[in-house]
Structure formats: structure tokens, C-alpha cells
Design a protein around this ligand. Structure first.
Ligand SMILES: NC(=O)c1ccc[n+]([C@@H]2O[C@H](COP(=O)([O-])OP(=O)(O)OC[C@H]3O[C@@H](n4cnc5c(N)ncnc54)[C@H](OP(=O)(O)O)[C@@H]3O)[C@@H](O)[C@H]2O)c1
Length: 273
């Protein structure tokens, strides 16, 4: 920018009039956003970034008390918020999504952030627990994705962002049930992105690495590979403008996961992860 100003001043002096270069970036337009799973730590961080542009944000989560706390925080940062308490794994996405859109008339971004990691050891013997992991992370999320897609198609605009996981890139013994659900969600969102190609709308799957949130509270933290919710939130907010259907966050996970996906079975089966 300094170089631009120096160039403008020099050219101005040469041609005998003053050229001005604005230092102020254009003010970002307020957005209309629906967040499913608004009490998630990652979703809250993304919402805080959207809030500063006076966005209108519909916050959906099942815990009313925490939902209201999130709403108060976002309002204090400049957002206009609407809260809806519901269990997102319950059926009825199609009708409920229409109700959510009515609160803000049109929607620029739909963020599907809720998820359930569950306990792989328990789920291997308790099939109801396994079904819950699959239903929360895939079946119900898929229904919300499809409902959101129909709305975006009717507007010919807007972005659907779903949070997937590295676990969906290759089945590993420690989390293949959660991984299968997130992998399925990844295929669904990629297919939606394909369906939306050439329209004004788009779909993006964001795949975070290891993020410090309540979901990973009981986990051994992996030093340098850990990321903060703020780092991931910045990538989520940026992804809404992206034409890429898959975003790894932080970016280096794309390259790590290419390696993991291509590890020969003879090596892979010996790894304890
Ligand atoms: N943290 C990581 O390392 C990581 C890595 C990759 C992907 N992800 C994904 O990122 C997303 C956000 O997770 P997070 O890390 O921010 O964890 P988090 O803070 O624990 O958030 C998970 C959220 O999902 C909500 N939720 C679960 N089931 C729900 C349901 N049936 N209805 C409504 N809300 C429901 C939870 O609400 P309650 O508080 O009411 O339970 C909670 O707010 C998830 O999809 C997760 O799978 C996380």
C-alpha cells in the first residue's frame, strides 16, 4: 500500500495534479447467516467474526441457556441475533429450515457445525451408541444440507458450509465410526458442490485438524499440529467466499492427509492411530 501511495504521489507530481489512493478497504456487507450447532466452540468463533459486520445470525442449538449466552456475546459485538432451541438430530429438517430462513428472509451462509465424536470403544459393542454417532454426524446433517441446498438454489446465491473431519479421509481403528459418518458427509457435500457448479450458490466442506474445543478435551494434545478455534474460524469465514469445495484447516493438513491416504496398507496396518 505504501508503494502504491508513493507511486501515486510521483505520478501526481509529474502530471501536475493530486491523485488520491484510498487507504480504507470497502466495508464488508452485513451477512445473513444460519448456524446449526451454534454452541460449538468452532461455530462461536466463526460467529464472532461475522458479528463485527453487523450480520443477522440465526443461532440454533439444543441448550437454551448456552444459546442465550452465545447470542448475548454476539449482540455485544454488533450482530443481530435470533435464537432457536432444537435438537438438530430430530427429523423435520425440511420444514424447520424454512422456518429458520423466514426469520432473516434470505440466507448468505448456512454453517452446519454440530457434531458428536462419541466413544469408539463403547460404540463397537453398543450399536445404539454407534447409530447415534452416524445419525448425528451424517443422517441428520445430510438432511439439513439438502434442505439448505434447495433454499440456496431458489435464491441462486449463498454458501453451504459443513464441518467435516480428517477422520473421514481414511478409516482408522481408533475412530472409524465417526470417520465413516464424516466421510459420508464429505461425499454428500462434494456432490452438492457439483450440483451447484455454474449457479450462484456453492457448497464447501471444511475439514479441521485437531482443534482445542470441548469435543477434544479428553484427548492428548498433539503439539504443533493443534490449532485454535480462531485459526479454524478464520478459514471457515474465508471459505464462504471460496470456489473450492474442500478446505483443510489449517492448510497443511491437505498435504498430510494426501500422505495418510496413500500410505501402503502394509505400513498403514502397523500404525497405532
Ligand atoms: N475439535 C476438533 O478437533 C474437530 C476436528 C474436526 C472436526 N470437528 C467438527 O467440528 C464441529 C464443531 O465441533 P467443536 O470442535 O466446536 O466441538 P464442540 O464445542 O463440542 O461442539 C459440538 C457441538 O455440537 C452440538 N450438538 C451435538 N449434537 C447436537 C444435536 N443433536 N443438536 C444440536 N446440537 C448438537 C453440541 O451441543 P451440546 O453442547 O448441546 O451438546 C456442541 O455445541 C463438529 O462437527 C466436529 O465434529 C472438530
Amino acid at each position: 500500500m505504501l508503494q502504491t501511495h508513493a507511486l501515486a504521489a510521483t505520478v501526481g507530481a509529474l502530471v501536475g495534479f493530486e491523485m488520491s489512493v484510498s487507504r480504507m478497504p470497502a466495508k464488508p456487507r452485513e451477512k445473513r447467516i444460519i448456524i446449526l450447532g451454534a454452541t460449538s466452540a468452532i461455530a462461536q468463533a466463526a460467529a464472532r467474526l461475522w458479528a463485527v459486520n453487523a450480520s443477522h445470525i440465526v443461532l440454533v442449538a439444543r441448550n437454551s441457556e448456552r444459546l442465550n449466552a452465545v447470542s448475548d456475546d454476539l449482540r455485544s459485538r454488533g450482530a443481530q441475533t435470533y435464537t432457536v432451541a432444537m435438537d438438530l438430530a430430530e427429523p423435520g429438517a425440511e420444514q424447520e429450515f424454512g422456518r429458520l430462513v423466514k426469520l432473516i428472509e434470505t440466507v448468505d451462509v448456512v454453517l452446519i457445525a454440530y457434531g458428536l465424536l462419541g466413544d469408539q470403544n463403547v460404540a463397537e459393542s453398543d450399536l445404539a451408541a454407534a447409530q447415534r454417532i452416524l445419525a448425528y454426524n451424517f443422517t441428520s446433517a445430510a438432511a439439513w444440507c439438502l434442505a439448505a441446498t434447495n433454499q440456496l438454489i431458489s435464491q441462486d446465491a449463498g454458501a453451504l458450509i459443513a464441518i467435516g473431519s480428517l477422520a473421514g479421509d481414511r478409516g482408522r481403528k481408533k475412530n472409524y465410526i465417526y470417520g465413516a459418518a464424516k466421510g459420508g458427509l464429505g461425499v454428500l457435500v462434494e456432490g452438492i458442490a457439483h450440483r451447484l457448479a455454474g449457479t450462484g450458490a456453492r457448497a464447501i466442506l471444511v475439514k479441521p485438524g485437531f482443534v482445542d474445543t470441548p469435543m477434544t478435551a479428553g484427548f492428548h494434545k498433539r503439539g504443533l499440529l493443534r490449532s485454535s478455534v480462531d485459526q479454524v474460524a478464520r478459514d471457515i469465514v474465508r471459505s464462504a467466499e471460496s470456489r473450492h469445495p474442500v478446505v483443510y484447516t489449517p492448510w497443511f493438513w491437505r498435504w498430510i492427509m494426501i500422505g495418510v491416504r496413500h500410505l501402503p496398507w502394509a505400513v498403514f496396518k502397523r500404525l497405532d492411530f
